[in-house]
Design a protein around this ligand. Structure first.
Ligand code: NDP
Ligand code: 2IT
Length: 444
């Protein structure tokens, strides 16, 4: 990196102790070096310097009362990263590991991901270090209400539209939305991932996992391969993992493993998804409980071992940096020929190197998992029009969007002399649209 090295240096200096944010920015800037060479006017207008600095960062106290009557204090975040092409848009993460560096990495990735969807949405992310695990419904509700009591003054259907991410699903969106509506006296599409009865979109729940499979199916076509008859390993067992598993099964593949943060289950006969949904969606239990229903499966504590299971296709769908270099080497050695990132930044830079060097069909997160936010944008459209599309209509639009993302990413990769490198292609195609908007709208 030459032209853009000072941009990265400044990011590292200005944001100390935020390794995930540095990692996300470095990966993108490395892909953008040839873009900077081709567009001196963007360099001169400071587009690269501006895009790595959030437009606004909100940090706030979230105080709530637990079931024992004790006051608990968490920290809330909303990083409104870039609104050049539309209102800020991106999920909320509730997990004890959340800090400003993690929210910034996610918000930065979201800018380019949202651009790739072709829909008018800017990039943002938020959340809290609140740990939903082991909390009662009442505690989760009081936390969400306290969180929204502050967040509501910073968001709005044309300003910033949050949604779910790790630890935030339908239950949490309900509590958040209820509090927004009560305080603001407005029924608007201020959040996505809402339930169907009060403004949600059909297929939003399934969208990230389904979109991931549509994207990888399209990417594999180039090599005359498909999910049919293939063995697939999926990590995680949350929203993305469950619906990726369902779509793999629709497409004729066999998912043999799923995980959570405690360990993984290996079921060589193929995962029984109904059982997983009962454990995870209904009971909020642990993946280990799968063995009680499927005694032929095995359970192994710890997460990284899941990548030692031989598979044709891997869909990491849990969290960042879950595949390191050694795991990537092992996947390739065991014959894995395609990797689709359901999670955000699940592969370390060294792991990505391994995939690219070995001609693995590699679907980078900002392209492969964009189906979730794309369908959120479709939910926003339906809210604005005050009507609802059928499941099949939304699903068809989602599929078209994923095929479009693959096509513009491939085209950008080829145009810049790296055919088949979807990692570079997605970074470039996502960036160019935002850069053009920032340039046309002047310095600010
Ligand atoms: P969920 O909360 O529904 O599920 C998360 C899953 O990942 C759980 O199985 C969880 O296990 C596991 N997990 C979470 N953190 C860790 C960790 N530190 N180490 C190991 N396992 C972990 O979240 P989602 O399915 O929504 O999100 C999964 C990934 O997909 C995230 O990277 C998210 O950013 C990304 N994503 C989500 C989208 C969406 O629409 N929901 C859209 C695009 C990307 P446990 O229960 O033990 O915590
Ligand atoms: O990472 C992501 O794209 C999401 N968590 C979904 C965001 C959204 O606004 O639907």
């Amino acid at each position: 990196m030459k032209l853009l090295a000072p941009v990265l240096e400044q990011v590292e200096k200005r944001n100390p102790n935020e390794p995930e944010f540095h990692q996300a920015v470095q990966e993108v800037l490395e892909s953008l070096e040839p873009v900077a060479e081709r567009h001196p006017e963007w360099l001169k207008a400071g587009v690269f310097d501006r895009i790595v600095e959030p437009e606004r960062q909100i940090l706030f106290r979230v105080a709530w009362v637990d079931d024992q009557g004790r006051v608990q204090v968490n920290r809330g975040f909303r990083v409104q990263f870039n609104s050049a092409i539309g209102p800020f848009k991106g999920g909320l993460r509730l997990h004890p590991s959340v800090n400003v560096g993690i929210i910034k990495f996610l918000g930065f990735e979201q800018i380019l991901k949202n651009s790739l969807t072709g829909l008018p949405i800017g990039g943002a992310k938020g959340g809290s270090d609140f740990d939903p695990k082991g909390k009662s419904d009442g505690e989760v509700m009081r936390f969400c209400q306290a969180f929204m009591t502050e967040l509501q003054r910073h968001i709005g259907p044309d300003t910033d539209v949050p949604a779910g991410d790790i630890g935030v699903g339908g239950r949490e969106i309900g509590y958040l939305y209820g509090q927004y509506r009560r305080i603001r006296n407005e029924s608007t599409g201020v959040l996505t991932g809402k339930a169907i009865g009060w403004g949600g979109s059909l297929a939003r729940t399934e969208a990230t996992g389904y979109g991931l499979c549509y994207f990888i199916e399209e990417a594999m076509k180039v090599r005359h391969k498909s999910f049919r008859g293939k063995t697939v390993v999926v990590s995680g067992s949350g929203n993305v993992a469950i619906y990726a598993t369902q779509k793999v099964q629709h497409l004729g593949g066999r998912v043999v493993a799923l995980s959570d943060s405690d360990g993984y289950v290996h079921d060589p006969d193929g995962i029984d998804l109904k059982t997983v949904q009962e454990i995870k969606e209904v009971r909020r239990g642990r993946i280990k409980e799968y063995l009680a229903v499927r005694p032929n499966a095995t359970y192994v504590p710890g997460c990284s071992g899941i990548w030692s299971i031989p598979c044709d296709i891997a869909l990491p769908s849990a969290t960042q940096n879950e595949i390191d270099e050694a795991s990537a080497e092992l996947l390739v050695k065991n014959g894995c020929f395609a990797v689709g990132e359901g999670a955000n930044m699940p592969s370390t830079p060294e792991a990505i190197e391994v995939f690219l060097r070995n001609q693995v069909t590699y679907g980078p997160a900002k392209a492969a998992n964009a189906g979730g936010v794309a369908t959120s944008a479709l939910e926003m459209s339906q809210n604005s029009m005050r009507l609802s599309w059928t499941f099949d209509e939304v699903d068809a639009k989602l599929k078209d969007i994923m095929i479009h993302i693959h096509s513009i990413s491939s085209r950008a990769a080829a145009e810049y002399g790296h055919p088949d490198n979807l990692f570079m292609g997605a970074n470039i195609a996502g960036f160019e649209k935002v850069a053009k908007a920032m340039y046309e709208q002047g310095v600010g």
